[in-house]
Design a protein around this ligand. Sequence first.
Ligand SMILES: [Mg+2]
Length: 341
Amino acid sequence: MSSHSKSLGEFDLIERFFKTGANSLRTTADSAIALGIGDDCALIRPPADEEIAITSDMLVEGRHFFAGADPELLGRKALAVNLSDLAAMGAKPLGFTLAIALPMVDKIWLEAFSKGLFAASYDYSCPLIGGDTTAGPLTISITAFGSSPTGKAIRRSGAKAGDDIWVSGTVGDARLALAALRHELNLPNADLQNIAHRMHQPTPRIELGIQLRGIASAALDVSDGLLGDLRHILKQSQVDAEIQLNQLPKSITLQKQGIGIQNQFAASGGDDYELCFTAPSTQREKIHTISKILNLPLTLIGKILPKKDVEVRIHLLDASGIELSNSEAAPFLNSFDHFAS
Ligand SMILES: [Mg+2]
């Protein structure tokens, strides 16, 4: 990790700290890392005929996570959300860099943070290959690098009228956990236990993204809310969509809530990190097979339609197939605003 002139002696300690964790990772992904931490730059040697996928994500205390959040969970999540972006493109992780600003050097905090960070690093064979540390308000910025065969990355722009719309896993649980922690609603402790990991420890769907190469026409990961994020695919692909509200996959825990909360959290709650993707209906059988192989539910939730107006549009259908009015649909279409208030 490089150190700027403003860097304090203590910050050199941190650098050594992360270096130890980075160097202790020896995985198959290492073969793509020609040079890791210790020089001015890391060197990545992508596999032959592959393209590099790059994504950055910044987490700011008070906006993206609570002040005083558990540092181990935070370390894990900081890397997981970046890997989720790689998953959305069908990219396999190669390595990541970490830039971190810390208000002070707290060794206990750092130890826990790096424990979580390196746990995710091991789980997804994605080593730390460089970065920077400085004093400042707690901010964690990670850039992750992955690769996929040339031309096979799944973009947002490929959805076509007639394609099916799918989502992995279940949606809305992270929002339900947040609602409970914010005391917006009362959730029995056992229920909170069941879903808290969905908020704190999102699972990047790396394997799913890789399996969907050549099958999905478009994809993204759900970070700000399913329908708000789906709109990004619609805009990039210049298409409309029809969504069956009652088809959104919900956990047993979320299903205990009133139907209004269920649908709102599933449709617009943030932080799910599931993949939403489109595919021609001829791919249904293959998608069901992928679901079985990965032991991960993949649910058909709607259909891509030709674009009718200047703006792209999501038509929301109720259980009887009747379209919701604009005002009825509005609460489901707004993206979750993270911690903005
Ligand atoms: Mg994303």
